[in-house]
Ligand binder design. Sequence first.
Ligand SMILES: NC(=O)c1ccc[n+]([C@@H]2O[C@H](COP(=O)([O-])OP(=O)(O)OC[C@H]3O[C@@H](n4cnc5c(N)ncnc54)[C@H](OP(=O)(O)O)[C@@H]3O)[C@@H](O)[C@H]2O)c1
Length: 318
Amino acid sequence: MKAVIVPSFGGAEVLRVVDRPEPRPGPGQALIRVEAAGVGYVDVMARDGHYQPLSEPGFVPGTEAAGTVVAVGEGVEEHWIGRRVFALADSGAYAEYVVADARGLVRLPESVSAADAVALGVNALVAALGLKRAAVEEGERVLVRGAGGGIGLMAAQLAARSGGTVTAITSSPERGERLRDLGVAHVHDRTAGEDGSADTYDVIVDPVAGPDLGRYIEMLRPNGRYVLCGAAGGAPEAAALGSLLTTYHSSPTLVAFSLRSVAPEAAGAAAASLFAQAAAGALRPVIDEQIPLTEARRAHERLESTPVFGKLVLTPHP
Ligand SMILES: NC(=O)c1ccc[n+]([C@@H]2O[C@H](COP(=O)([O-])OP(=O)(O)OC[C@H]3O[C@@H](n4cnc5c(N)ncnc54)[C@H](OP(=O)(O)O)[C@@H]3O)[C@@H](O)[C@H]2O)c1
């Protein structure tokens, strides 16, 4: 099969397309013919050598795939064979075939394409499970940082669907307009110096962190909940957490959320619910571009150089 490998850590130019044997499903695993693989920031970190679980080069990147199950390993029910599914993998999705833990397989509704599934994928899971911990109530004010990014786009939609009044921080008027189309009520353009600090919020979803984390924690209203779920703006300074003490008397809650802490069955159940919402038209997958697998290098270059709006999706069998 064709697969993309990281032969040594470095920039997008290290990615190589190679021929290698199809993987075989071990006990508890399924072999999936990949129709769509998600390109995420985590793949860039892995390629650079900054993702702890993939600490040795030579691996096939990619942690989310959708396609058809073609074989199963010992202990996995055969009824999965022939089914269209979404799956999370430790790595290996940038390939024509990938093996994944069968406990997390999610059947795709008819109307959800493989590309739609990975466009929702990890981003929607992080947004949904992170927001679940914040329990948004009708009429609450929700701020989403990095709203034009993968996680932000999903968090903004889901928070609006939960009845929240959503304010988005993004980086251009065009991105702001597209966010309004997805249900956002207010937009601030950070490149114009707007940071949302004119208001206060019941819930803040933050996949950005960076040097401004403390300032955003201070924008919480009494009993506010802060969901920290990424660091697209860089690691925050430890001093940022001092803001929790400054605002102590308004009882702020800081939730740090990583999908890696979620059991495969729970992630699968959450993904099934998200796909059902998409099938019902209540959640929109947003795809920036579908790119042939053999152009994985270009996908990484795009992710790192131009702002994308929605998911970059690799297609091994275009
Ligand atoms: N918690 C988890 O389990 C989990 C899972 C996957 C990924 N992550 C992490 O979550 C983070 C975001 O992932 P993503 O896929 O949403 O990334 P993404 O698609 O690149 O989106 C990040 C967004 O943040 C904004 N942004 C980027 N740099 C910024 C800066 N310096 N200051 C302010 N805003 C900035 C941009 O949005 P605008 O242009 O709209 O401003 C950008 O689109 C990454 O650190 C990733 O590693 C976490």
